[in-house]
Design a protein around this ligand. Structure first.
Ligand code: NDP
Ligand code: HSE
Length: 417
């Protein structure tokens, strides 16, 4: 299902690797049909003769053993994938949006049908992270999963911080390079990263966690000046997804801008690259790094799943997700950390006193402060000691209401242990 960036790369890869796969695995992969929306767009391709614009003819075809879903979309795709599973066909999908919204339903359908539903490519494209978590780390109590899971925003942030590029220019470049989703708000508002994080969190903690369970903030409120300050203080600004489990078993999952200390491995993840860090109780810290987007890396992850599912089919077995428990979630308001708060204020006597008074009233302790002049206003930056999210948000709300405060910048949280 689908012959776009990922689907067409997969067809090429299967063609190139067919004999090797057959020799090594005893599996003869044949692409027998491909569904697209508009056949006329694909004239002239060698695979054009097997195209159809009727995806139902694939999921119901008794001659087809296995279905790959790389068409994207949610509401029209869900019944197709469910039907394929109900017809006993393993499904391989790269569709994080679909899994993040309907994972529980889909995994239950796969379990009932006794077939594979594999999804390595749905999280960070070509980086193998789902299978290591499902297989190698099956016995590991995972404490935290965090990472840079969206190539478009990492590309934009790298361009803004290293080249001083303007946000819109960097976004346009990411679109030209093919990383960005059709609707860029999926990337820049953090939806794509939240969907990927929910899949990783479900896998790590054995719970049904959907994208709606993830606290989400994007990158659009970020000012290039805030990036410069963070860098001067020894941090890189990254859009990071973090899912962590507390001692009581509850999970807090969030995507937002983070100040990553320059010595941390995530700080070195530049451009469109992705990385996922897993903190296990016994394994210690593991990091997976590579290309999180693009046709060939993503198709490579799909192909690995296709071979696994084919072998399982031949052996009449499948790899289930295990029993997923209902999500036990912690809200963002219960979190705490250190924050960088940038403000623009009137450059007048007493202003610093008023502003610092707001922090004091909400019990937010200031660890460091800096002031410089930008045109006719003063630019103030506060780094806080560990503070409660609730208190910081209340403090920001009050600051925004003060006539002497011109702008409250996008708050940046410091990456904690
Ligand atoms: P594209 O838009 O490039 O391709 C989508 C393909 O699906 C096209 O061939 C399109 O047909 C076909 N299609 C869409 N809707 C229908 C429909 N209703 N019926 C039949 N065919 C349909 O998407 P990508 O290849 O970029 O992405 C595919 C999936 O992989 C998405 O879920 C995406 O999130 C995921 N993914 C993508 C990555 C990437 O780097 N691109 C990385 C990781 C995951 P037509 O050609 O006629 O328009
Ligand atoms: N738009 C996504 C990204 C593509 O930028 O990471 C891969 O899922």
């Amino acid at each position: 299902l689908g012959h776009g960036t990922v689907g067409s790369a997969l067809v090429r890869l299967i063609d190139q690797q067919h004999d090797t796969i057959s020799t090594r695995n005893g599996v003869d992969l044949v692409v027998s049909k491909i569904a697209v929306r508009d056949i006329s767009k694909h004239h002239g391709l060698t695979s054009a003769r097997i195209l159809t614009d009727d995806p139902w003819s694939i999921v119901r075809d008794p001659e087809i053993d296995l279905v790959v879903e790389v068409m994207g979309g949610v509401e029209s795709t869900l019944p197709l994938v469910l039907t394929a599973l109900e017809h006993g066909k393993p499904v391989i999908t790269a569709n994080k949006e679909l899994l993040a919204a309907h994972g529980a339903t889909l995994f239950a359908a796969a379990e009932t049908a006794g077939v594979d539903l594999l999804f390595e490519a749905s999280v960070c494209g070509g980086i193998p992270v789902v299978r290591p978590m499902r297989e190698s780390l099956r016995g590991e109590p995972i404490r935290r999963v965090l990472g840079i899971m969206n190539g478009t925003t990492n590309y934009i942030l790298t361009k803004m911080s290293e080249d001083g590029a303007a946000y819109h220019d960097a976004l346009r470049e990411a679109q030209e390079l093919g990383f960005a989703e059709a609707d860029p708000s999926a990337d820049v508002d953090g939806h794509d990263a939240a969907a990927k994080l929910s899949i990783l969190a479900s896998t790590a903690f054995g719970m049904t966690i959907s994208a709606a369970d993830v606290h989400r903030e994007g990158i659009t409120a970020l000012d290039p000046g805030d990036i410069s300050i963070a860098r001067r203080l020894g941090y890189e600004v990254k859009l990071v997804g973090i899912a962590e489990q507390g001692d009581d078993g509850s999970v807090l999952a969030r995507v937002h801008l983070v100040m990553v200390p320059q010595g941390h491995p995530l700080a070195a993840v530049r451009g469109s690259y992705n990385a996922v860090v897993i903190d296990g109780q016994y394994s210690g810290t593991l990091m997976f790094y590579g290309r999180g987007a693009g046709g060939e890396p993503t198709a490579s992850a799909v192909l690995g799943d296709v071979i696994d599912a084919s072998l399982n089919l031949l052996r009449s077995t499948c790899a289930g997700m295990g029993r997923l428990q209902p999500a036990h979630l912690e809200s963002m308001s219960s979190s705490s950390g250190e924050y960088l708060v940038p403000l623009e204020v009137a450059d007048e006597p007493g202003v610093l006193h008023v502003v610092s008074g707001v922090f004091a009233r909400h019990g937010v302790s200031i660890a460091a402060a800096e002031q410089d002049r930008v045109g006719s206003v003063a630019r103030l930056v506060f780094l806080t000691h560990r503070a409660d999210e609730d208190s910081v948000q209340a403090c920001l709300t009050e600051l925004r209401m003060l006539p002497i405060v011109g702008r409250v910048g996008g708050v940046l949280r410091v990456l904690g242990e």
